[in-house]
Design a protein around this ligand. Structure first.
Ligand code: PHE
Length: 315
């Protein structure tokens, strides 16, 4: 019996033998029932046999369970010599890359970065920018209105107002933010990034503006010979107002940004005396600039969050 137990290799067989020995009709069970008929020595021997057999069953059970566990572990063994899956390296999104570059250039020119709320009140988005209620220029941008009269910021010019209200005259800053307009095609998205520069001080002129823009475009697009076309334009918050085109590598003119001398009413609205101070402002879509720089055709892809597109565009 003892050898029989030791030679069993599965839990099922062990269980079967245990039942045949200690079960209701088991051999040992029957013998134990007859114990009262035995003499003292035989009784002691049977008791010992009973204890030993139970111990043996228990020990064998543990051995088989361990063997099963070990076999399982052997099968699951890791082959650490296998090559790893190629790692997918992330990169900065072209929007982020261009924002970093633009900020670095403007900051090196002495412009300090500012942000503001995406939901603007009427004062900062329109009225303080010399665009009161009745002003037809409110229709220049297709505005998203909120029920409480606030708007989704249509232009980062609102950040200029907030900054001037705080700093007063003598300010050189640029605002960075998302702007929102009801428009959507390959070169317009309902949400786009805008950056606007503002420089207010004494004796600021239009040539300061054009000089900074030229230097900025030279650095950002890495072109030595910046050829600009200055066209008269209209914005309610600048006077005179201009639009600036850049001659691209293929000889085509690209519309890059709007700009102008800050309208005296705007300065007045921010508590700055326009007889003493002048300023210029310029604004551009930073998605648009990134599109040009990286030669990407469709603005909508920028916010698509599609890694395949980013990879195919070389990022
Ligand atoms: N805010 C103008 C726009 O969104 C751009 C602009 C900024 C023009 C600053 C002049 C000066 O179209």
């Amino acid at each position: 019996m003892q050898d029989q137990i030791k030679n069993i290799n599965t839990l099922e067989e062990l269980q079967a033998l245990y039942t045949a020995t200690f079960g209701k009709n088991g051999t040992m069970t029957a013998r134990l029932k007859e114990m009262k008929n035995l003499d003292n020595d035989a009784r002691a021997a049977l008791n010992r046999e009973n204890v030993i057999l139970r111990e043996l069953f228990k020990a064998r059970q543990t051995e088989i369970e361990n063997a099963v566990l070990m076999a399982g572990l052997q099968q699951q063994k890791l082959d650490v010599s296998l090559n790893a899956m190629p790692a997918n390296r992330g990169t900065l999104h072209p929007m982020t890359q261009s924002l970093i570059e633009i900020s670095e250039i403007l900051e090196s020119f002495g412009y300090a970065p500012y942000t503001g709320p995406d939901i603007e009140d009427d004062w900062h988005n329109f009225t303080a920018l010399n665009t009161p209620d009745y002003h037809p220029a409110r229709d220049m941008q297709d505005t998203f209105f909120l029920e409480n009269g606030n708007v989704m910021r249509t232009q980062t010019s609102a950040i200029q107002i907030r900054t001037m209200e705080k700093t007063g005259a003598s300010v050189k800053m640029f605002g960075i933010g998302a702007t929102y307009r009801k428009e959507m095609d390959a070169t317009h998205a309902p949400m786009f990034g805008q950056i606007e520069g503002l420089y207010v001080n004494k004796n600021i002129t239009m040539s300061d503006l054009i000089g900074d823009i030229r230097a900025f475009l030279k650095r950002f697009f890495e072109i030595d010979d910046v050829e600009l076309r200055i066209r008269p334009s209209y914005f309610p918050f600048t006077d005179p107002s201009i639009e600036i085109d850049l001659k691209w590598k293929n000889g085509r003119w690209l519309e890059i940004m709007g700009a102008g001398m800050v309208h005296p009413n705007v300065l007045r609205n921010c508590g700055i005396n326009p007889d003493e101070y002048q300023g210029f402002a310029f604004g551009f879509g930073w998605d648009r600039l990134a599109m040009l720089k990286y030669d990407l055709p469709d603005l909508r892809d920028f916010r698509g969050n599609d890694v395949r597109w980013l990879k195919s565009a070389g990022f």
